[in-house]
Design a protein around this ligand. Structure first.
Ligand code: FSX
Ligand code: SF4
Ligand code: F3S
Length: 356
């Protein structure tokens, strides 16, 4: 297929089987029932491919790399098949004036209708001089193009919250998109980098339901960021029982114990990593023995560091209890026991009501 505006060429080469697999993966990530999968597939197959303009500012291009990586081509190909990507500096053919023309032609032609994807933070210090493309500052470009979009997807923690560029002392005055643009729906897909399934799920949600997914107060879609890592981590039973790796390479670490004491920030981090997993080999940081560093949270380079030291306190989800690591397991067991007792009582009550 060939995009007219920017001559971005790609042939999907994606088999029907892979197409269905990727759609099912996205449907699962979106938390949709099986009955919704045909609707999602129908939307993915529809001829209405939304125009997407993708801007890069201060970043490492990891968000794009993880989306299009060679080891998992189907998701990237599917995304490129279901959108009309008019401008993307990493993969487009044109350069220089020709690239600029592609950008401005597409914005003019699709005003108010295109999706703007922003990758990277926007430096605002010193008149934005720390990031320039075609002689214009990032902030100038964003303030020009952002308000003309139907919606903006900030991909990655940099575009969402400033990311590593905004780490103290933030010399370039780096900011996320939502701190600069208002009046246009903005969706944040943080993660450094984010899981490609989350982006695919967002696009398919948009195509299927004609709107962006519901979000939390930080603008993150609930389907991907609605739960704490800690609440669906496979090492959680070890946390609850008080079994921790005390240092990397020790008995606990080798035996898959909880990584809280070696710095895991899962209790403070909202993301679908344990369920979505990465790299097509069914892994995520904690599953391979490294604690979560909280990469989907604002200011994580400041608030989650030192990465290899435990949080001084841990809040127990749903209880309002904030405690220290050593007594967290016991308190959770206490809460669980109380919960089980209540559950049992309700169960007995129900059966009594039924029988009566
Ligand atoms: Fe930021 Fe994207 Fe971190 Fe990189 O490009 S979210 S630095 S891994 O990947 O913007
Ligand atoms: Fe999993 Fe980390 Fe929570 Fe331990 S602290 S259960 S490793 S998320
Ligand atoms: Fe990031 Fe933690 Fe997931 S570090 S990739 S949010 S496990």
């Amino acid at each position: 297929m060939k995009d007219k505006a920017a001559n971005i060429s790609f042939s999907s080469g994606i088999s029907r089987r892979s197409f269905l697999k990727s759609c099912t993966l996205a449907a699962t990530a979106l938390g949709l029932s099986e009955a919704m999968i045909p609707k999602l597939i129908e939307a993915a197959e529809s001829a209405q491919r939304p125009t997407v303009i993708w801007l890069h500012f201060q970043e490492c291009t990891g968000c794009t790399e993880t989306l299009l990586r060679g080891s998992h081509p189907d998701i990237g190909r599917l995304i490129l098949d279901i959108i009309s990507l008019d401008y993307h500096e990493t993969i487009m053919v044109p350069s220089g004036h020709q690239a600029e023309k592609s950008l401005h032609d597409s914005v003019a032609k699709n005003k108010g209708k295109f999706i703007l994807v922003v990758e990277g933070a926007i430096p605002t210090a010193d008149n934005g001089n720390y990031c320039k493309i075609a002689g214009r500052t990032a902030i100038d470009i964003l303030e020009d193009i952002g308000p003309q979009a139907a919606a903006i997807i900030a991909i990655g923690t940099c575009a969402s919250f400033g990311g590593i560029q905004a780490a103290h002392p933030n010399p370039t005055g780096a900011k996320g998109v939502q701190e600069i643009i208002s009046g246009v729906p903005i969706l944040n897909l943080p993660g450094c980098p984010p899981n490609p399934v989350t982006f695919l799920g967002t696009v398919l949600h948009f195509l299927t339901f004609k709107r962006l997914p519901n979000t939390d107060k930080l603008g993150r879609p609930l389907f991907a960021y609605g739960r704490r890592i800690h609440d669906h981590c496979e090492r959680r039973a070890h946390f609850d029982e008080g079994r921790f790796a005390e240092e990397f390479g020790d008995f606990g670490h080798k035996n898959g114990y909880c990584l809280y004491k070696v710095g895991c920030k899962g209790p403070e981090t909202f993301s679908n990593c344990p369920a979505a997993r990465f790299n097509d080999v069914d892994v995520w940081p904690v599953s391979v023995g490294h604690g979560c560093i909280g990469c989907t949270e604002p200011n994580f380079w400041d608030s989650m560091t030192p990465f290899y030291e435990r949080l001084p306190q841990v809040s127990i989800p749903g209880t309002g209890i904030v405690t220290d690591a050593d007594s967290a397991g016991k308190k959770i067991l206490g809460v669980a026991a109380a919960g089980a007792a209540i559950h049992a009582a309700v169960g007995i009550g129900k059966s009594v009501i039924k029988k009566g």
